[in-house]
Structure formats: C-alpha cells, structure tokens
Design a protein. Sequence first.
Length: 208
Amino acid sequence: MSERLSRREFVARSALYGGALWALLELPRPETLRAAAGSAEPLVFDPAQWQLVEALTARIIPTDEQPGAREAHCVNFIDKALAHEDTKARPLYELGLPGVEMASLKRYERRFLALSEPEQDALLEQIERGTAAGWPQPPVPSISSPLFFETLRAQTLIGFLAEPRYGGNRGHAGWRVTGHPGPSHHSGGYTPAQMLGEEPIRPVWERG
C-alpha cells in the first residue's frame, strides 16, 4: 500500500472503484445471512484453519489506531460465505492454506502464526507475486498463489465492508474506518466524498 494512501482510502477506494469487488459486495447472500445470524461457530474451517485465515485477513487489513479485519470478524464472514454462496471458492482455501504453511516453513522454518508481522507481510508479498518458494507446484495438487491471495483479499474486503448481518463488519468496524454510514441515507445513495469520509453524514450506529 502506498505510504501516501491511508488505510481508510485504500479500503474505500477498493470498494468504490474495483468493479468486480463492488459487484460482489452488492450480491445478495441469503444463505450466508441465515448462517451468520444463526451462529458464529465455524461451518467450513477447522480450528487451525480458522486461526490461520484470521491471521491472514489481519495482515490484509491490519489493526492500528483503527479496527482491522480481526475486529471486524472477517474470518466469520468468509467461513459462512464458503459454506453457502461462495462454495466454489472452497478448493482455493483447501489448497491455498496448506500452501501458505509450506511457503512459511520453507522461508522461515516456522508456521505462519509463529512469524512476526513483518515476516508475515514479506511472505504474503511473495505469495501475491507468485514467487514464494515452497508453494506447491504440479504434479502436486495446487493452485496459483496469486489467485489464492486475490480471492482472500477480495473476501476480506467484502467481510470488512458488507452489512454486519452477513457475519463480518462486526460493530460496524469497516464502515467506521471508511466513514461509510450504512444504508438508507437518501434515494440518490452516497457520494464518493461521503464514502471516503470527506463529507459528514449521520452513521447508522447513531440512528437509534
């Protein structure tokens, strides 16, 4: 991320101007909604996978003076989405998560959760570029590491920005970071300046 671009701007612009991501953000997810409303317990991930995905999302949208993916519970959104509307993406995680661990062991001789944050970031940069040594290659069942990373990043952003009832954006964390006040503002929708927090509007968590 450019040092000149704040995290608020990065997240908001990703949703505003990334056409495919914006379309996914607007996609109705009734099954994910029902699953998230029913439980925050894992449906797809086992406990180790849940911890790994949570740690990965936390490096995509890290916690600083503002909440990040961990506080927004993006892992819960991803788990519920993979169980329902995004079930076709499950093989990407089934192959990608072991790939992350293999690349981590190859480079650092430690699993991802045992790495420092700078080490995690450096490894994810290699995974994003497709240059991570140790990433599984054919004939071993595998996927490209950039494809896995882009899927993870997109779902993390969706979980950070979508309606909290879908399992992510807990406590309106993503909306608070971006300055997005939630739905039902007015018939014309939100302006880019409002979505970027440049124009004040009354947020949903202050509407009673």
